[in-house]
Design a binder for this molecule. Structure first.
Ligand SMILES: Cc1ncc(COP(=O)(O)O)c(C=O)c1O
Length: 389
C-alpha cells in the first residue's frame, strides 16, 4: 500500500475484509452457490415489523432516545438477561447499541490503551481482531484445540497473560467454528480473568443457536465476574434483524459510564425505530427463535452429510452452535485458503470464506454458512463433488 500521510497508521495497517472481498467477487459470477455470508436469510417476523411501523406512525421515532436506550427496552432486556442468561442485572447496567458490533467496539475502546494486549482464542470473528487494532491494542491470538472441536486452550491462555494484558475477547457460540464453549472451561477462563484483573468481553450473538444438548453459558452469570465482564448481545441473529442495527451490552455500573463515553461520539443512541422493533421482539411470541434454530440444525445436518461424502477433500469438527462450520481442506492447494476460495468461486461457482480471514490458525480451512436454503447447500455440494472428482 502506498504511504499516505493523511491516513492514520492505525487504519492503514488493517487489510481488506476477506469476507466482504469474497462477497464482492461472488457478485461477478453468475448463478453462484453462496455459502460465504453469515447473515440470516429469513425476513424479520411480521409482528416486529408492525411494531416499527406503528412507532413511526405514532411519531415516536423522529428524535433521539436516551443515549443508553429507551427505558422500556432496557427493562425488557433486564428480564431477558435474568430468564435466559441467568444474569442479575438492572436497567442502569444495560446500554442499547448499534448492533453487537458497536457495543464490542465501545467496550474495546473503553478498556484498551495503545500497546495493551488483548487475548483472543482463534480462529475467531475477524472484526474482534480489527477492533483491537483500531484501539491501538495488540491482539494476542491463542489457538483453540481443533482436534477436540475447537475448544479453548486454557493452559495456552494462561501462558499468554503478561503484565500488559488487559482483556480477553471471545465469541460463543463461535463464528467461524460453531463451537459452544462449555461452562466448565468458561469458569476456568473467569478464574484467569479474576487472578489477573482482566476484563472479559463476550460476543454472544448466536446465544440461541445451540444443538445436541450443548447449552450457552454467559460468563457474566458468575457473581465474581460482575466487575470483569462486558457481555454483548444482538437482535441481528435471534430475530433476523441484520439491517435494523440493534443490540445491547451488559456491564457493571462502574463500567457503563466509561463505555457510554465512547458510545456517544460514535452513535449518540441506537436507531430509535429499531429500539421499538426490538422491544416488540422481546415482548412478543418467541416461536420464531425456535423455528430458526430448527432450520439451522437441519441445514447443519445436511451439510455434515454432504461433507462426509467428500472426506478426501475436507475433514471437519461437527459444530454444536451458531450456523457456521469450519472444515479443514485436506488438499495441497488448500494451504492457501484465499487462493483456494477464489479458484472454487471461479471454477466451481461456489462462494466460501477463506479460513485465513479468521486469524493465522484459520489457514487451510474454509468457513461455510448453513444459514441458507437446503437447495443452496445441495447446489454447492453437487458442484464441489463434480469439481473435485
Ligand atoms: C460473532 C458475530 N458477532 C457479531 C455480528 C454482527 O452483529 P450485529 O449485527 O449485531 O452488529 C456477527 C455477524 O455476522 C457475528 O458473526
Amino acid at each position: 500500500m502506498p504511504e499516505n500521510r493523511r491516513i492514520s497508521n492505525r487504519v492503514a495497517k488493517i487489510g481488506k475484509s476477506a469476507i466482504h472481498e469474497m462477497t464482492r467477487l461472488s457478485k461477478e459470477v453468475k448463478d453462484v452457490a453462496f455459502l460465504s455470508w453469515a447473515k440470516p436469510t429469513s425476513d424479520t417476523p411480521e409482528h416486529i415489523k408492525e411494531a416499527a411501523i406503528s412507532a413511526i406512525k405514532s411519531g415516536l421515532v423522529g428524535g433521539y432516545s436516551e443515549t443508553s436506550g429507551l427505558p422500556a427496552l432496557r427493562q425488557a432486556i433486564v428480564t431477558k438477561l435474568k430468564r435466559d442468561n441467568n444474569v442479575d442485572a438492572n436497567a442502569s447496567q444495560v446500554l442499547v447499541t448499534v448492533g453487537a458490533i458497536e457495543g464490542l467496539a465501545a467496550a474495546v475502546m473503553a478498556s484498551v490503551d495503545p500497546g495493551d494486549e488483548v487475548i483472543l482464542p482463534t480462529p475467531t470473528y475477524s472484526t474482534h481482531i480489527r477492533q483491537v487494532v483500531i484501539a491501538s491494542g495488540k491482539p494476542v491470538l491463542v489457538p483453540t484445540r481443533e482436534d477436540e472441536g475447537f475448544v479453548l486452550d486454557i493452559d495456552g491462555i494462561k501462558k499468554a497473560v503478561t503484565p500488559r494484558t488487559k482483556a480477553i475477547i471471545y465469541c460463543s457460540p463461535s463464528n467461524p467454528t460453531g463451537t459452544v464453549f462449555a461452562e466448565e472451561q468458561l469458569r476456568e477462563l473467569a478464574d484467569i480473568a479474576l487472578e489477573n484483573d482482566l476484563t472479559v468481553i463476550t460476543d454472544e450473538a448466536y446465544e440461541y443457536f445451540t444443538y445436541d444438548g450443548h447449552e450457552h453459558f454467559s460468563i457474566a452469570s458468575i457473581p465474581e465476574m460482575r466487575k470483569h465482564a462486558v457481555s454483548c448481545y444482538t437482535f441481528t441473529k435471534t430475530y433476523a434483524m441484520t439491517g435494523w442495527r440493534i443490540g445491547y451490552l451488559h456491564a457493571d455500573e462502574e463500567l457503563i459510564p466509561q463505555i457510554t463515553k465512547v458510545h456517544i461520539p460514535f452513535a449518540i443512541c441506537a436507531p430509535v425505530v429499531s429500539q421499538y422493533a426490538a422491544l416488540a421482539a422481546l415482548q412478543g411470541a418467541q416461536d420464531c427463535v425456535a423455528d430458526f434454530r430448527e432450520h439451522y440444525r437441519a441445514a447443519r445436518d445436511l451439510m455434515c452429510e454432504r461433507l462426509d461424502r467428500m472426506n478426501s477433500v475436507f475433514e471437519y469438527q461437527k459444530p454444536h452452535g451458531s450456523y457456521l462450520m469450519f472444515p479443514r481442506i485436506l488438499l495441497e492447494e488448500g494451504k492457501d485458503s484465499a487462493a483456494f476460495c477464489k479458484r472454487l468461486l471461479k471454477e466451481a461457482r461456489v462462494s466460501a470464506t477463506p479460513g485465513i480471514a479468521f486469524g493465522p490458525t484459520g489457514e487451510e480451512h474454509l468457513r461455510l454458512s448453513v444459514c441458507v436454503s437446503e437447495a443452496e447447500i445441495n447446489k454447492a455440494f453437487d458442484r464441489m463433488e463434480a469439481y473435485f472428482k
